[in-house]
Design a protein around this ligand. Sequence first.
Ligand code: 13P
Length: 248
Amino acid sequence: MARRRIIAGNWKMNKTPSEAKELVALLAPLVKNDDVDVVYCVPAIDIVPVAEAVAGTNVMVGAENMYIEDKGAFTGEISPDMLVDAGVKFVIIGHSERREYFKEDDTFLNKKVLKAFEKGLTPILCCGETLEQREAGVTLDWIRLQIKSDLQGVSAEQAASMVIAYEPIWAIGTGRTATSEQAEEVCKAIRELICEIYDEATAEAIRIQYGGSMNAGNAAELLSMPNIDGGLIGGASLKADFAQIVNA
Ligand code: 13P
């Protein structure tokens, strides 16, 4: 069975609640598309207004982060139950910005992945190499290490339902996109790794996105590759271009 495509916006730390409502209203008529899953991953404070604004449409809401505990004295954190109660379906885990600026390591990210599944949230697990790693020829080793570590204890059934986003760090916010061949090479290797860890059926089911300077101009070519099932979009998700990617 063909994998359903999934285009997700990662708004990062942009858009106040009022601006978020304006953006959703701008995009609403443009992103109507029954053939693809459309997700807005938004800052925590925007989740409630965005969930209200997309109710009854084809758009689903995602979070950019969550904590690993159910509740308690964790000042400033957001629990998975809070996300679920607010209508969130997806959660980005392990974005390179969280790995770098907030020092989230694979042991911690593995706990997040397991917690997301426990609560019925679908993880969008991010992985990706630095430019130095690519130039040193260790990209595939690095990606394998990240994914293997982050998926410890995840069942085949869970893995089949999740999303992995390959985001080369050198392509994020730089305007320098990976070529479709470079992106396909890594996404194919990720699928092969999933087959190795689990089985063929899981590898066929899991959805793999590319992220990194994806835009209205390059989306169609990237999305035409056999192992790229969607995109995780930063900058271009904050404007009407996002709809062109959805419809690409
Ligand atoms: P850009 O699309 O702005 O390069 O960001 C990609 C990204 O980090 C999505 O998670």
